[in-house]
Design a protein around this ligand. Structure first.
Ligand SMILES: Cc1cc2nc3c(=O)[nH]c(=O)nc-3n(C[C@H](O)[C@H](O)[C@H](O)COP(=O)(O)OP(=O)(O)OC[C@H]3O[C@@H](n4cnc5c(N)ncnc54)[C@H](O)[C@@H]3O)c2cc1C
Ligand code: FES
Length: 285
């Protein structure tokens, strides 16, 4: 796949320069996840594709890759859902409306939306995988006439981990999407479905293998079982997209941190076709 020569490396060095963006809204979604809405000075759009990511930097602390979770069809701002796991993400959680952050990107390869146009779409998201998925979900809903049937399956471990609750209500009520959600471990208040996300495949009508494109985004174990369900419906491997989150540093194909064989997850991905990833056993483990 990607080979990076020295002249290309120099050209990409520009991508090391962060642009300043302002946090225009902050919403604490769960104990661990915050939703930031940000905008560049002067209102310049981020111009991303669903599935791409940015490197978010906090001055004096560091930077980390975060998927863009809003759609390019909403160009006045971009949104980032950040789970607090370590130092940089803890600092991101302390940001307030008006804080300034550095943004490099958009980076990587997202979903090929032109290839998705005219197709039936199935998105299967697990846990934090709903963050990159949401950019594509919003895109399909905003450009609804460009797509056939739209099915969305979402699973989390417990009700407290559900993200984007306002969106979930909208999707549940919308005639534009066949949306189902489940939790592995229900609590006393939960009135919805329980069980792992693959149990939601029962809710799907028959899928047309030649007309359906699938995106599966979630932890490796979920991916493994979801892909079996999809393959059992005779959907070809190259109609299945998945997102691969390797550890990344530079995000632009220079440091080699994200490399698996001859593939750079930051350049060739993070969104891949299942057919491509299957050849990289290490990537799927
Ligand atoms: C392409 C891409 C998109 C991402 N999108 C999002 C997103 O939308 N929202 C979000 O919250 N996070 C996302 N991540 C993960 C995020 O980048 C890491 O959680 C972050 O770098 C951790 O930085 P830290 O300094 O807070 O923690 P660190 O101190 O660096 O690490 C804390 C803990 O998190 C683990 N960790 C760090 N990076 C990763 C990783 N890439 N995958 C799994 N575990 C990791 C470490 O092993 C350690 O246990 C994405 C990662 C990639 C590569
Ligand atoms: S993160 Fe540096 S090469 Fe991909």
């Amino acid at each position: 796949m990607t080979t990076v020569d020295s002249s290309e490396r120099e050209a990409r060095a520009d991508l090391y320069v962060p642009m300043s963006a302002q946090v225009v809204d902050v919403q604490q979604m769960t104990d661990l996840e915050v939703l930031l809405r940000a905008a560049f000075d002067g209102g310049r759009p981020l111009d991303h594709c669903p599935g791409q990511f940015v490197q978010v930097s906090v001055l004096g602390v560091g930077e980390c890759p975060i998927s863009v979770c809003s759609s390019p069809t909403r160009p006045d701002y971009f949104e980032l859902c950040v789970r607090r796991v370590g130092e940089v993400t803890a600092h991101i959680h302390r940001l307030e409306k008006g804080s300034v952050i550095g943004i490099r990107g958009p980076l990587g390869r997202g979903f090929d939306v032109a290839e998705l146009h005219g197709k039936d779409i199935l998105i299967v998201a697990g846990g934090l995988g709903i963050a990159p998925a949401r950019s594509l979900i919003q895109y399909v809903l905003d450009e609804r006439q460009q797509f056939g049937a739209f099915h969305l399956l979402y699973g989390v471990r417990s009700p407290a981990e559900l993200l984007y609750r306002d969106d979930l209500t909208l999707w549940r009520e919308s005639p534009d999407v066949n949306f189902h959600v489940t939790v592995d471990r229900p609590d006393e208040q939960w009135r919805g479905r329980s069980g792992v996300v693959t149990t939601l495949f029962r809710e799907l009508p028959q899928l047309d293998p030649t007309e359906t494109m699938v995106a599966i985004i979630g932890p490796p174990l979920m991916f493994k079982f979801a892909v079996l369900e999809v393959l059992a419906r005779r959907i070809p491997q190259n109609s299945i997209y998945c997102s691969l989150e390797r550890r990344m540093k530079c995000g632009v194909g220079i440091c080699g941190h994200c490399q698996v064989n001859n593939v750079y997850a930051c350049l060739d991905g993070p969104v891949f076709k299942y057919g491509q990833l299957k050849a990289l056993r290490e990537a799927l483990e």
